[in-house]
Design a protein around this ligand. Structure first.
Ligand SMILES: O=C(O)c1ccccc1NCC(=O)[C@H](O)[C@H](O)COP(=O)(O)O
Length: 202
């Protein structure tokens, strides 16, 4: 998210986490000052997640100090040692696009990850692209799996029923333009997630 009002609405709707993007070249990339002001809009018990994609270690370290996220999310080719080097739990992303399903390799390469996020874009490409993958192909990863990629109000229920993820993550599917969340779509998305959870408990 890039605007405090979007953060406040998401919190009111009951989301578990808010993503702050620091990936180079992203249209949603925040500078430290803006990120700190968004961070201040995230109350206790809602997680602030900082997203990176092959950022230099010194930059990650500085942003962690200034923004104080709860969780880090790595979208690039960072190693396990790099990801765990900031003293915070982390999520490693597996790009599922282009038929990439090397789940066993991922599990082995990232023993320190707290969770894995399966995204629809191809390896090496940025997230937030609205690309989905085949949700019936969610590999066993032995840790909580977050599902992302092309989710929107009209398909998130189907995705939850197919993949039964621990969490879902959405970006472009609730936007009117990159970084600009649409309040109505955000509300619809959360309602559909709650509906799917009610009909598929556990
Ligand atoms: O959002 C970005 O611009 C971005 C850039 C580089 C790496 C990751 C990025 N976002 C990652 C996300 O967590 C998105 O929420 C995820 O890829 C889902 O995006 P979408 O398919 O648009 O819902």
């Amino acid at each position: 998210m890039t605007r405090p009002g979007d953060v406040r609405l998401a919190v009111e709707l009951g989301v578990d986490a808010i993503g702050l993007v620091f990936a180079p070249g992203s249209p949603r990339r925040l500078d430290a000052t803006r990120a700190v002001s968004l961070r201040q809009a995230i109350p206790p018990l809602v997680h602030a997640v900082a997203l990176f994609m092959d950022n230099p270690g010194s930059e990650v370290e500085a942003l962690v100090k200034q923004v104080k996220p709860d969780l880090l999310q790595f979208h690039g080719s960072e190693s396990d040692a790099f990801c765990r080097g900031f003293g915070l739990p982390f999520v490693k992303v597996l790009a599922m696009g282009g038929g990439n399903t090397d789940a066993a390799g991922l599990r082995k390469r990232y023993p320190s990850a707290s969770a894995f996020l399966l995204d629809g874009h191809a390896p090496g490409q940025p997230g937030g692209s609205g690309e989905r993958f085949d949700w019936s192909h969610v590999p066993p990863l032995g840790k909580p799996v977050f599902l992302a990629g092309g989710l929107k109000p009209g398909n998130v229920g189907e995705a939850i029923r197919a993949a039964r993820p621990f969490a879902v993550d959405v970006s472009s599917g609730i936007e009117s333009a990159p970084g600009i969340k649409d309040g109505g779509r955000m509300q619809q998305f959360v309602e559909e997630v709650k509906r799917a959870d009610r009909s598929n408990p556990g």
